[in-house]
Design a protein. Structure first.
Length: 551
């Protein structure tokens, strides 16, 4: 399988075919002269519709790079360099690309690079991929800068529109999980049903009580779901009055937030939220030739043609800039991984429970610099379900309700993965700032944090964004791991997180937060846990939830 090549459209063809005459071309606004990338029908700066295309010099500044060791294709074998470069004519435009004709050890952020074009042809036609090489000049080019400084996101949060909060109208009344494991080789829908039945029983309800269904993403793509609401309703025959599913929501926890809104508006009383992963089995079936990878050879992605096929590549670029700007190190990320493993050792459902040392972490095989094996979450099979109920009925249900204190959902930074915030995971700073405008509680009031950790750097970004330490202070805050231990300043990912417990795509974090607030976590229980924060996703629009007990 060759790497995915770009799908040519009327809007982007000028970019992907510019190499035919060796000139790099970028869309421009003819009214304000801004360069716009990816191409849009309107200028994001002056909102003009007078768009055109400009020939540019092909010179750029190296903004970040990662050396990919794990992923690859026959026509792009590892190791190779995935980079972002800032176009000198308008450094706000960053292109994802490859750096070629150089040794990675000789690269420095800020150095100038120049374009080359790699011609690739398949049955769909010819494309010219713009790649870059160092100019050889000992000079730095114009630097990309944050559109909004990480410390300034709070200034852009919209205030609440009303004194009454929709968060007060609902509560979590039930949680459930299927068995969790590597390559269970069972139909994913059966895992979903197991988790849903467990959550319904935990809430003291029956299937007939459920009048809403909510999930994310609602599709089955490469082991990422069971088929969504359609599949579950077809199996159970619930006849819901309200449903929700889809990718454009507040990360994996978006299904919970949508359920809260449905209840607040009177559309439902008991909403069953669910998330199923079966990536481990899907990968095994691909190896056996019993299923095929999704999609074809052409893609709408601006990153995949350069071998940036994983979120790991995007986050690695942001991590490198965080390292350079704030002095963060691989050991900083290592303390997160070690904390997760120590907590997983106390959790019988965790996939990886063996002790891990810092040497184990640092010596593990590299995936894409600076991320090694233990910076990445564990693909697995499993399902999580959560019941969100109207608060007026929750008080009479078997388990103490877990109340919603606040949500954070506002999008402030750009959603394009390579045009957004430079030093943190995109889509965490704005959502975190938004959360604290909807509550009088503050970070010091939080007893436990279950923060999204598809990669260790996700966690670091959320810790700083939510204010458990200052922007750029994670190196000192995490040093030694004491601050995030179960008896530390902010106990973090107490079930082992996705790095050791398994990749449940954020819903496992909600399950653990409820478990902690109920006091049901056994050996890993945090003493006197009454307030928990849960973050959901990142890169794509994310969400944050602040939960609390009734007392």
């Amino acid at each position: 399988m060759t790497r995915p090549l770009p799908e040519l459209t009327v809007q982007n063809e000028f970019f992907w075919t510019a190499g035919s005459d060796g000139v790099l071309r970028i869309q421009e606004c003819r009214d304000c002269a801004a360069l716009i990338h990816p191409p849009q029908p309107v200028c994001r700066y002056c909102r003009s519709r007078n768009m055109g295309v400009r020939d540019v010099s092909g010179k750029a500044t190296l903004s970040a790079f990662t050396v990919n060791h794990r992923f690859g294709f026959p026509d792009l074998p590892p190791p190779y360099i995935v980079a972002q470069v800032a176009v000198v004519e308008d450094p706000r435009v960053r292109l994802t690309t490859n750096i070629v004709e150089c040794d990675p050890d000789e690269l420095e952020l800020g150095q100038t690079v120049e374009v080359l074009f790699e011609k690739i042809e398949d049955k769909a036609g010819v494309v010219w991929l713009p790649v870059f090489k160092p100019t050889g000049e000992k000079e730095t080019g114009p630097q990309a800068v944050d559109e909004i400084a990480p410390e300034e996101f709070g200034r852009f949060v919209r205030p609440p529109l009303a004194g009454e909060k929709f968060e007060d109208k609902s509560a979590i009344t039930g949680i459930g999980a299927s068995r969790l494991g590597r390559r269970l080789m069972v139909p994913p829908l059966s895992l979903t049903v197991d988790a849903c039945e467990a959550a319904i029983a935990d809430a003291g309800l029956t299937l007939d009580d459920i009048d809403g269904l909510s999930t994310y993403p609602g599709l089955d793509i490469a082991g990422m779901g069971e088929g969504g609401v359609t599949a579950l309703e077809g199996a159970l025959g619930i006849r819901p009055t309200w449903i929700n599913g889809g990718m454009d929501t507040f990360g994996p926890g978006g299904s919970i937030i949508a359920a809260m809104m449905a209840i607040a508006t009177g559309m439902a009383r008991h909403v069953l939220c669910f998330r199923t992963l079966w990536e481990a089995t899907f990968q095994q079936l691909m190896k056996e030739g019993k299923t095929s990878p999704p999609g074809g050879k052409r893609t709408s992605s601006w990153q995949m043609p350069f071998g940036a096929t994983s979120a790991a590549h995007v986050l690695a670029l942001n991590a490198q800039r965080h390292f350079q700007r704030y002095g963060t190190t691989r050991e900083t990320l290592g303390w997160i991984a070690l904390n997760q493993r120590a907590n997983a050792a106390l959790n019988p459902t965790a996939i990886y429970r063996d002790p891990m040392t810092m040497d184990d972490y640092l010596d593990a095989r590299m995936i894409t610099t600076p991320f090694g094996l233990y910076d990445c979450d564990v693909p697995c099979d499993g399902a999580i379900a959560v019941i969100v109920s109207a608060v007026d009925v929750a008080k009479d249900m078997p388990k103490p309700p877990v109340l919603f204190e606040a949500v954070g959902t506002q999008i402030i930074e750009r959603t394009d993965w390579d045009q957004t915030t430079m030093t943190h995971e995109p889509q965490v700073l704005g959502q975190s700032a938004h959360l604290w405008t909807r509550t009088s509680l503050r970070p010091k009031d939080v007893d436990v944090a279950e923060l999204y950790d598809g990669f260790s750097f996700n966690c670091l970004s959320w810790l700083e964004a939510l204010g458990f330490c200052g922007i750029g202070e994670a190196k000192d805050f995490l040093d030694g791991g004491r601050a995030i231990a179960r008896d530390g300043v902010i106990p973090l990912n107490t079930h082992g997180g996705q790095l050791s417990h398994g990749r449940t795509h954020g819903m496992g974090l909600i399950h653990e937060a409820v478990t902690q607030l109920r006091g049901d976590a056994g050996e890993r229980q945090v003493k006197d846990a009454h307030v928990a924060v849960v973050s959901s996703g990142g890169l794509t629009p994310s969400g944050a939830l602040l939960l609390r007990t009734a007392t």
